[in-house]
Design a protein around this ligand. Sequence first.
Ligand SMILES: [Fe+2]
Length: 401
Amino acid sequence: MNITQRDLSVPNDWDRSGLPAWSYHSDAFLELEKEHLFRTHWQIAGHISDMPEPGDYLAFDAFGERALVVRGQDGVVRAFHNICRHRGGRLVADDHGTCRNALICPFHGWVYNLDGTLRGAARPRSFPDLDKNEFGLIEIEAEIWMGFIFVRFRKGPQPSVATLMQPFEEEITPYRTAEMVPADGIWTQTSPVNWKSVRDVDNEGYHVAMAHPALQDLYGSTYYDEPFINGVCRAFGSYDDHSGRRWSVRNYLNIAPKPDHLPEGLRCAWVYYGLFPNAVIAVTPELVQFYQEFPLSTGESLLRGAVYRYADESRETAAARYLAQRIDRETMEEDVQLTVWSNESMLSEAFAGFYLSDLEYGVRTHHDHLREVLPVLNLEEAPDEREMAGINRRMADSSSC
Ligand SMILES: [Fe+2]
């Protein structure tokens, strides 16, 4: 497969340190992250099956922006800022729903077509003539890949999602993820940590043996992480017919499907595909899911994700999926605790930075990607908050010369 063409080796002599601790608690740096990372990099909005009919929509708030993804009368999925052109009203208040054939701002009643063009203002004679396109909703770039809807608030350094994820395309295709349907809808949860602490824990499996008894029981030493290369990474764990020690794992192993539509090597495997900077798509034989984290502040993140299942799943597959999700939920709760401890340690003057194992090379390569976008991260000492943006700009300018 194509993925074997990637250079997955860990260099002999690599820098085992992580990002400077100040970058996890700096308000000025968070503003740079919003500007240069979140607004300009692809974010997962959801899946096409979350909004199958014309008028169905998904909405989410993140890093100061409000996204609204709507399926038009023509069936096309489009993304917009959830902002009325009159006075910035929120066109939809819920995170998902259906509108009949128009979006109506609840503030003064401006009406938009599902393709974003303005249908009309309330009391139109109180305005000069309004151009329907000029006063249409502001469109956001959207791309659908394998059924997942990605949005990007502003063009940035990344190519298309299809180009980024190309190394994994052949491997993911047999799962037919575009045909799947929502299992339970999109979930959200807040966590009292910087978003990078969430990613730092998720980007390595070195901690699995110690911190995740269920995952260890399921795939144990078969698990490995690959580094971030060109904005994407992959992790893989497989299992055999051993008898699990934990109730959920033992039962999962007994009933997990080994579907014919998957190649041999994926029939007993959980695979995770990371997309820089903050998203993961994961597959098991019975489901696909995504999860991501958005910064709410330097010390709080919004975790968001969803599970999708086969529309025609058998009772056994449904039961296996339930158990897989249960194992996942346990893992996530364990991770949340680890991220809290890791994140708060960075406020201590005794914290001397990460010293990473070869098994945590994925963390380092994610940090390297971050340094490339935000070179101010190369400074060990925290810059003055008021100087942060200027220093970062000068460092970026000098590195591009
Ligand atoms: Fe973990």
